[in-house]
Design a protein around this ligand. Structure first.
Ligand SMILES: [Zn+2]
Length: 102
């Protein structure tokens, strides 16, 4: 290590800085490529995740709340039972969900 430091003392500072800049540029380029890869991955994952009101069965209709009532078991704790129906006529499925009111 002593020898290396002795050599570095002989090298003009600008040469050392040029090497550091080159190394930083390479790292910067590598990170830019990684960010691009991750952005593509995020886009793909976003496309796969359905919107919160999208029907999980047909994936083309949207769920609309068609009725709200106190939940049969948990109504005394402020929970509601919401019935949601798919607006796609070829699907039309309905699901009931428990919803905590604030
Ligand atoms: Zn549906």
């Amino acid at each position: 290590m002593g020898l290396l430091l002795d050599i570095l003392k002989e090298v003009p500072l600008s040469a050392v800085l040029r090497e550091q800049v080159k190394t930083a540029d390479k790292e910067n380029e590598r990170l830019k490529q990684r960010v691009e890869e991750l952005e593509r991955e995020v886009q793909e994952l976003r496309a796969r995740v359905s919107a919160p009101d999208q029907c999980p069965i047909c994936r083309s209709g949207n769920l609309k709340v068609i009725s709200v009532r106190p939940h049969p078991q948990f109504g005394i704790f402020g929970h509601q039972e919401q019935t949601l129906k798919c607006d796609n006529p070829s699907c039309g499925r309905a699901v009931a969900i428990r919803h905590k009111t604030t």
